[in-house]
Design a protein around this ligand. Structure first.
Ligand code: SAH
Ligand code: SF4
Length: 390
């Protein structure tokens, strides 16, 4: 059985570059080509430990086990909702930091094939400090490595415990996922690891997830948006706007004091013009605070005339929050103002609410309710993730 702790000098295989792995193999008298064979094996849906890579020579598997951890994730605690269509994991990392990821599945309809969306974290905590967000309230922990980002996707890719129907199985086998950076953290405050993770997810020798199926959501880090145009022009961009005037946005998204609305919207426009990709403007609806018709008109003014789309999200209040989500009739009225102004607008469904699937919230709940080693709460499944912790 693989060791439980990642402490010590063994790196996780997902944080090792292919050429480093090749050098490690050659130093042991193995051919360099085994590096790609090992990496392909690690990304195979059913592989959960090096012993599962049965196409490798028998002696190499324990050597890999002695040299590397199979995953950066030590253990995962999973909560399911919607009859298993939505599931959320809190992942424990080697230094005790906790991050979370969410799996959302949409069954096939007459118009669309079944879809699987995986929402992942880019940092442990977040320094931006949005007051409505559980992650923001908890503060910044540390940057995630590219491997720690990719391993969240692999966690779900390997998840045999979800009763996958044939539709889902086919999608999972082919790596047909949508990936959204909407978990914990500000992805454009961790550009090196996030961009590297996108390249790894994209790699046809690994999961081969198309860049067009990946979305980076940002609170408005303008230089990072510029780097996306240059380096990841096929990845989707979502901007968390949440307020159409600077005074209100300074409060809701404090990074606005550094890059105010005009600069953020200009960067979004530039992205749309250069990449020809529609930019999503996210707008969390908070009762009585940012949901008036007047603000809808101002938002329409910012969204009109370029390739944008407004996504309205009812606030999912954090424990002890002074705010609540806007009522459905207010959301509809706000949506109507935008639509009448010619702005494409949708209301994001709030699936997974019963497991608190909004940004950072399960983490906050578990911090006060359940820790590993304690009896599991109802509907929770305690799993060792990829480290072979059965
Ligand atoms: N830091 C990035 C990505 C992670 S947050 C960003 O802010 O865009 C992902 C999305 O969840 C953001 O649009 C964020 O504003 C939203 N969010 C955070 N807390 C929320 C809550 N309590 N209710 C609804 N949406 C929330
Ligand atoms: Fe950070 Fe995004 Fe939460 Fe704001 S909403 S605190 S940017 S994770």
């Amino acid at each position: 059985m693989t060791e439980l702790t990642l402490a010590g000098p063994r790196p996780a295989i997902s944080d090792v570059a292919q050429d480093q792995l090749a050098a490690w193999l050659v130093a042991r008298g193995e051919p360099a080509y085994r590096a790609s064979q090992i990496l392909a094996g690690v990304y195979r849906a059913q592989a959960r430990r090096f012993e599962d890579l049965t196409d490798l020579p028998i002696g190499l598997r324990p050597a890999l086990d002695a040299g590397f951890h199979f995953s950066t994730i030590v253990a995962s605690h999973v909560l399911e909702a919607d009859g298993g269509l939505t599931a959320k994991a809190v992942h424990e990392l080697h230094d005790g930091q906790r991050i979370e990821s969410v799996l959302m599945r949409t069954p096939a309809s007459a118009r669309q094939a079944a879809r699987t969306t995986i929402c992942i974290s880019s940092q442990a905590g977040c320094a931006v400090g949005c007051p409505f967000c559980a992650t923001g309230q908890a503060g910044f922990g540390r940057q995630l490595s590219a491997g720690e980002i990719v391993d969240q996707v692999l966690h779900w890719h390997r998840a045999p415990w979800l009763a996958l129907g044939p539709d889902w199985r086919a999608g999972a086998a082919a790596g047909h996922y949508n990936i959204v950076f909407m978990g914990m953290g500000e992805p454009l405050n961790n550009v090196p690891a996030v961009f590297e993770a996108v390249r790894l997810l994209n790699d046809s020798g690994r999961l081969g997830i198309g860049a067009r199926h990946i979305t980076v959501s940002t609170s408005g880090v303008v230089p990072g948006m510029g780097r996306m145009i240059d380096e990841l022009p096929q990845v989707n961009l979502a901007i968390s706007l949440h307020a159409p005037d600077d005074e209100l946005r300074d409060e809701l998204v404090p990074i606005n004091r550094k890059w105010p609305i005009a600069e953020v919207v200009a960067a979004g426009r530039r992205f749309a013009e250069r990449t020809h990709r529609r930019v999503s403007l996210e707008y969390v609806m908070i009762d009585g605070l940012n949901d008036s018709d007047e603000l809808a008109k101002r938002l329409a003014g910012l969204a009109r005339g370029w390739l944008s789309h407004v996504n309205l999200i009812p606030l999912n209040p954090t424990p002890g929050s002074r705010w609540s989500g806007s009522p459905p009739n207010r959301i509809r009225a706000f949506q109507t103002v935008l639509r009448d102004a010619g702005v494409p607008v949708t209301v994001r469904n709030t699936r997974g609410r019963e497991i608190e699937a909004a940004c950072g919230q399960l983490h906050a709940q578990l911090a006060g309710r359940w820790l590993p080693g304690q009896p599991e709460p109802k509907r929770s499944v305690n799993q060792g993730a990829a480290a072979g912790v059965a």
